[in-house]
Ligand binder design. Structure first.
Ligand code: NAD
Ligand code: DAU
Length: 357
């Protein structure tokens, strides 16, 4: 048996493949374009493992995807591939439309052609699982109820709008063609292999190199944080027993303001890598210009996946954050590699020119 994962050299996709390989003998075909966010080093522990087949490619390349599907005959496709960083989508939305909308459309077309030609039993067993985000629901006020699966879509950034469009396409392929799809909408992940343009890894690395910890606006925006391994377990659960055509919200029941998150990680660093003179890393916190259109609060109601599929998160925020900080302290080579080249150019432009208050 084989599954096909897209975007498997990125943050969540690579964690998913590593967890899958630890648990299953089923082959994973991993199709990734290797943009700035894709890093095969994330999967280096798999070495020459023949259960992992990597193909450098674009999900929107229908010819390539069709060839791969007829060659490997996967029983399921899990679509992680996306442009994922909100700030980048504000600076340059085109790549987000290209991959998240047009790319997903291309992938759905190659999948539909492959699935339509499968023998009946395989057709029934086949699954297309689309990995999406809570950002499609827009922004909540402080006392609003958390996002449910039937909350109205109200995406506010080019990123979330492009993900919302992809969710709608996936839904339409189920409704119109009967494609057996599942969609998950998850809150903010954190953990190993998180690319350091996102809040938590950025602040860990900036803290360690004596740089500012940039907090957008007043730092009172709220996110719901989930340890990445919990997200991967939830996706496996949905793949195994999710109801076709349904969407599942995934979250950590763990709402924190950005300032709370950064202070918490400073606390962990103070303990694990103390600064001279018992100074706290918190002295590096700096308030910078806010993200345009910044969503104030996300919160996930994860009751459906808990009651219907029996999934709940295992990791507390405190334990997950500690593991994450520890991981970054122990993986200096990985950090050095991602901190060079195009990534550094983007960071310099974004923080020094655009965001500083
Ligand atoms: P990431 O940016 O770390 O990784 C994305 C991967 O997709 C990279 O390896 C990149 O090379 C690849 N990719 C980009 N365009 C591609 C294309 N056209 N064809 C093939 N591969 C391509 O992202 P992530 O944080 O791992 O997110 C994975 C998925 O989960 C995304 O769909 C994202 O919207 C969703 N998600 C992320 C979070 C989060 O907190 N990170 C939360 C909820 C949902
Ligand atoms: O909610 C799920 C989403 O979470 C995913 O769909 C996205 O792919 C993922 O990138 C993440 O989006 P966010 O915009 O919430 O994540 P980010 O780490 O960029 O920012 C988290 C919060 O911290 C957000 O309110 C913006 C703020 N922030 C971010 C950065 C990079 C800062 O205050 N300073 C920063 O330097």
């Amino acid at each position: 048996m084989t599954i096909l994962v897209t975007g498997g050299a990125g943050f969540i996709g690579s964690n998913f493949i590593l967890d899958w390989a630890a648990d299953s003998d089923e082959v994973v075909v991993n199709v990734d374009k290797l943009t700035y966010a894709g890093n095969l080093k994330n999967l280096s522990s798999l070495g020459g493992d023949c259960r992992h087949v990597f193909v450098k490619g674009d999900i929107g390349n229908v010819e390539l995807m069709s060839t791969l599907l007829s060659q490997h005959k996967p029983r399921a496709i899990l679509n992680f591939a996306a442009e994922s960083h909100v700030d980048r989508s504000i600076h340059g939305p085109a790549d987000f439309i290209e991959t998240n909308v047009v790319g997903t459309f291309g992938l759905l077309e190659s999948t539909r052609a492959y699935w339509s030609a499968l023998p009946d039993a395989e057709k029934i067993a086949f699954r297309f699982l689309h990995v999406s985000t809570d950002e499609v629901y827009g922004s909540l006020e402080k006392d609003d109820a958390a996002f449910r699966e039937d909350s109205r879509y109200a995406p506010n950034s080019p990123y979330s709008a492009s993900k919302a469009a992809s969710d709608h396409l996936v839904r339409a392929y189920h409704h119109t063609y009967g494609l057996p799809v599942l969609t998950t909408n998850c809150s903010n992940n954190y953990g190993p292999f998180h690319f350091p343009e996102k809040l938590i890894p950025l602040c860990i690395l900036n803290a360690l190199s004596g740089k500012d910890l940039p907090i957008y606006g007043d730092g009172q925006q709220i996110r719901d944080w989930l340890y990445v391994k919990d997200h991967c377990a939830a996706i496996r659960r949905v793949l195994e027993c999710g109801v076709l055509g349904e969407t599942y919200n995934i979250g950590g029941w763990n709402e924190k303001t950005n300032l709370e998150v950064v202070k918490a990680l400073c606390g962990v660093l103070d303990e694990l890598k103390p600064l001279a003179g018992a100074r706290s890393y918190a002295h590096q916190i700096t308030f910078v210009r806010d993200r345009p259109g910044h969503d104030r609060r996300y919160a996930i109601d994860a009751n459906k996946i808990a009651t219907e599929l029996g999934w709940t998160p295992k990791e507390t925020f405190e334990a997950g954050l500690r593991k994450t900080v520890q991981w970054y302290l122990e993986h200096q080579e990985w950090v050095n590699e991602v901190s060079t080249g195009a990534y550094r150019v983007w960071m310099n432009a974004h923080y020094k020119v655009e965001s500083r208050s």
